[in-house]
Ligand binder design. Structure first.
Ligand code: RTP
Ligand code: MG
Length: 147
């Protein structure tokens, strides 16, 4: 079953949006298989966002993502990587459609509420970067019966 890594960023935690965000993915029909509230170290932030290390906003991005707790999650389900990105909306909230998480709750690209893996390769990498095998659960849930 496909898995993706999603994370409520420090601005989303500060603004009490954890529940709202979790609810959107639950209602959609995806399954939460791992979650934790945590502080990201500078080292972990630099590794997680390593693809952006030459970009001018890298320093700001690392200091923002380490500025307060984040809510890290692993979600599972059909096409969850792509569909979660659609539900998040475009990176810059100016371009994010109403109805998406970023479109509904943010106005600045630097504080856009949520992170989501952008490909199967990054999902695999990020799930393993943030979670041990023992922190992920496996449980039966016949979603077709309920949604
Ligand atoms: P994320 O990795 O956080 O899920 O966001 P994303 O894939 O939609 O966007 P990405 O290109 O990976 O950029 C990572 C984060 O960097 C910040 N950013 N700032 N100041 C800027 O021009 C700028 N561009 C990107 C955003 O917070 C973005 O989510
Ligand atoms: Mg990205």
């Amino acid at each position: 079953m496909e898995k993706t890594f999603l994370m409520v960023k420090p601005d989303g935690v500060q603004r009490n949006l954890i529940g709202e965000i979790v609810q959107r993915f639950e209602k959609k029909g995806y399954q939460l298989v791992g979650a934790k509230l945590m502080h990201i170290s500078k080292e972990l932030a630099e590794e997680h966002y390593g693809e952006h290390k030459e970009r001018p906003f890298f320093g700001e991005l690392v200091s923002f993502i380490t500025s307060g707790p984040v809510f890290a999650m692993v979600w599972q389900g059909d096409n969850v990587i792509k569909v979660a990105r659609e539900m998040m909306g475009k990176t810059n909230p100016v371009d994010a459609a109403p109805g998406t998480i970023r479109g509904d709750y943010s106005v600045q690209v630097g504080m856009n509420i949520i992170h989501g893996s952008d490909s199967p390769e990054s999902a695999e990498r990020e799930v393993n970067l943030f979670f041990n095998e023992s922190e992920l659960v496996s449980y039966a849930k016949d979603i077709n019966k309920w949604v």
